[in-house]
Write a protein that binds this ligand. Structure first.
Ligand SMILES: [Zn+2]
Length: 410
């Protein structure tokens, strides 16, 4: 994995009404790793295509291994089996040539599935069907489970980004590119005139796709970018309708609807929400009325590049010794193995503000079978930039409906 850092210095002069000259310096460092965000013009799928340009592998839609079944999402045996405990365990083996940093990046991308869905990627023991995650030539995958050991290619260097790894793993779980959905023509216009004939099959529509009764998702990690496969510089191949300004193709990883779709396809009884706006709020179910027993909910707060500050406005949880009953716990990252920012907390004292060290924070709320209370309400804001441009907000990459309205996804 690359560890370079880019330092950019930009000087601009603004003349204000008082004829005062101000020099603004923007100082920017970037260090690409699987857990960081992309630069402005580098949506996930375009990165995949850039890498796959040199691949000798014959691929459909840019990163799909051709197979007979053309719509795995509608194919029962292409779905990974669910254990009686509700967990879908997907066995995998990793390329022995991966270095520690590659393995860490892949594990982090996998752990987000585990945090937000009932999919658990587990090291293969003797299972017949499994993913063989290799640094082959490019970033590519099959649709769904194909039987035996199936390759997911995550090439060192080019594919080692959290969003790309999650994109390819999502294919292996049975998900299509979002704009291949049967109802895509209601949401995007394909600009065929800017797509070369040889690339047109990559924009085919799956008439029988299983859309799971969930909305079209412009912000899906499975969506092409607007200029993907264009044959004319500056001309988009996919235009959102009716609002052309809606952004498509993103760079941060699974979207809220990607998570909802996994949970629906795989019958996960998970309570998880991604909050990807610069600020927002979260609260326990029913607040200020009492929360339910035996729940386990997570909120993944993910800003584009800034630290997150969480402020509790109300807090009333069953008090138990060591907070072993009901509790809120907060992690400095997106997964439960991240460092703990606030350990299990219960009772009625409002906790201090919590600040993350990066653009990711995970809030966990667990309740047991005894006693309930009114729960909690908190707000979050994105603070000062850690490693991106100071004082300059990058443009939004998400056009999701307010994620704070999406709770208790099952
Ligand atoms: Zn793909």
């Amino acid at each position: 994995m690359s560890s370079w850092k880019l330092i950019r210095l930009k000087i601009s002069i603004h003349i204000f009404p008082g004829n005062e000259k101000v020099i603004l310096l923007y100082f920017c460092t970037e260090s690409p790793s699987p857990t960081e965000t992309y630069s402005e013009d580098d949506v996930i799928f375009n990165r995949i295509l850039k890498v796959n340009k040199d691949s000798s592998k014959y691929l459909q839609e840019g990163d799909i291994v051709p197979q007979r079944s053309r719509s795995a999402i509608n194919c029962r045996h292409c779905i990974w089996p669910q254990s009686s405990d509700g967990i879908v365990r997907v066995p995998y083996v990793l390329d022995p040539t991966y270095e520690e940093s590659h393995i860490k990046g892949i594990h982090e991308a996998m752990a987000e599935f585990e945090t937000l869905t009932c999919i658990n990627f587990v090291k293969r023991k003797t299972e017949r069907d499994y993913l063989s995650i290799k640094s082959a030539d490019g970033c590519w995958s099959n649709y769904g489970k194909v039987g035996g050991g199936q390759t997911v290619s995550v090439m060192k260097g080019g594919c080692m980004w959290k969003g790309i790894i999650q994109h390819e793993l999502d294919h292996a779980l049975g998900f299509l590119h979002e704009h291949s959905r049967s109802d895509r023509d209601n949401h995007v216009k394909i600009m065929w005139e800017y797509i070369s004939p040889s690339d047109r099959p990559d924009f085919r529509k799956f008439e029988n796709s299983n859309n799971l009764g969930l909305p079209y998702d412009y912000a899906s990690v499975m969506h092409y970018g607007p200029y993907t496969f264009t044959n004319t510089t500056g001309k988009a191949t996919i235009v959102p309708i009716p609002d052309e300004s809606v952004q498509i193709g993103q760079r941060q990883g699974l979207s809220n609807l990607d998570v909802a779709k996994i949970n629906k396809l795989y019958n996960c009884s998970c309570c998880s929400t991604i909050l990807d706006a610069p600020s927002g709020s979260l609260r326990s179910a029913n607040h200020p009325r009492n929360y339910s027993d035996n729940t386990n909910c997570v909120w993944l707060i993910r800003t584009r590049s800034r630290k997150i500050s969480l402020h509790f406005q109300a807090f009333e949880l069953q008090r138990t010794r060591g907070c072993q009953g009901d509790y809120v716990k907060i992690y400095d990252g997106s997964i439960k193995s991240s460092a703990v920012l606030m350990d299990k907390t219960c009772g009625s004292k409002i906790p201090n503000d919590v600040v993350s060290s990066s653009n990711l924070m995970l809030v966990e709320f667990v309740t047991d079978g005894a006693d309930t209370a009114s729960g909690f309400q908190a707000t979050f804001t994105s603070g000062r930039s850690e490693n991106k441009e100071n004082g300059k907000e990058k443009r939004s990459v998400s056009n999701q409906p307010s994620p704070s309205q999406r709770k208790n996804i099952v």
